[in-house]
Design a protein around this ligand. Structure first.
Ligand SMILES: [Zn+2]
Length: 292
């Protein structure tokens, strides 16, 4: 399996599945059909389905191998999870995340840290797996790095279908004693640390990486699609605080524009990684050519 070399680190995309089910004007509910016309040429066919015009999203984790640790960032949708209102997430048995981890040469036992950028259903799923009718940690030797503030936000919500993933994919980690509750300025070491990127959820974080002078950032859902580089004001339907999400995204684009920092988009279409560059007085996402 191809990896991207970042200094002494290796970065792998661990793909769960790719979907073009997302209707653009409902995924970005403030947009109209006309807003999309100018983007169709560059988005099709990779970022937008050529036939339907739906936008393409990848569900994937990032595997980061440093000199000291094996780290997985975000854990996708998961298998066997009851999500009755979402056919693509309901009672799945894809097995792709463990299979693709194995293809990258890593077993669940070898993961040292799990980072979750936020606690949405498609970022915590493989935190747990079903064993004898109980949800147990998927990565038995890992510490799971959770934002304490994000955890408290979800804890305070009513227990219904919208929080089912919190109950089956986050709480069992806490109960197993494997959760480490941190603030959004947490640093694992001088190579891996959090960057606060609030708005999509209250304490959403991105994950910064540095090795031997090479730098990267894993976005999480601070941004969903490269079209938001050109249109940072486009709000995604699940943003908890849309105004804050826009401020965060614009500040992120300004911070990393024309910088030698690899941007790893959590849901971006293949190859998902690239750089933010200035082009025609706007931000543009320039994909890397390797690591597809
Ligand atoms: Zn997501």
């Amino acid at each position: 399996m191809l990896h991207h070399q970042l200094g002494d680190m290796q970065i792998n995309r661990i793909i769960e599945y790719t979907s073009s089910e997302y209707v653009r004007t409902s995924f970005f509910p403030e947009t109209t059909a006309e807003d999309w016309v100018q983007h169709e040429t560059w988005m099709k066919p990779h970022a937008m389905d050529a036939a339907t015009g739906n936008i393409t999203l990848i569900m994937q984790a990032y595997l980061v191998r440093t000199r000291h640790h094996n780290i997985i960032v975000d854990t996708c949708v998961g298998d066997h999870k009851p999500r009755p209102s979402r056919a693509n997430w309901h009672m799945q048995s894809r097995g792709t995340v463990p299979a693709n981890l194995a293809a990258a040469g890593i077993s669940p036992e070898q993961i040292d840290y799990v980072f979750c950028t936020h606690m949405h259903v498609d970022h915590v799923g493989w935190n747990t797996r079903l064993q004898d009718g109980r949800w147990v940690p998927m990565f038995p030797n890992a510490k799971y790095i959770f934002s304490k503030k994000e955890l408290q936000f979800w804890e305070a919500l009513p227990r219904d279908e919208k929080t089912a993933h919190f109950v089956d994919s986050v709480l069992p980690i806490v109960e197993a004693g494997q959760a480490v509750l941190v603030t959004n300025d947490y640093a694992l070491d001088d190579e891996v640390w959090l960057e606060p990127t609030p708005g999509h959820t209250p304490d959403h974080v991105s994950v910064r990486l540095a090795s031997n002078g090479a730098q990267a950032v894993i976005t999480g859902d601070m941004i969903h699609n490269p079209v938001q580089c050109l249109q940072p004001e486009w709000v995604m339907r699940a943003d908890t605080d849309p105004a804050q999400a826009c401020r965060t995204r614009r500040a992120f684009l300004e911070r990393y524009c024309d910088m030698d920092v690899l941007v790893c988009g959590s849901h971006f279409p293949a190859p998902s990684m690239g750089h933010i560059v200035a082009r025609d007085k706007a931000f543009w996402f320039e994909f890397v050519s390797a690591a597809r």
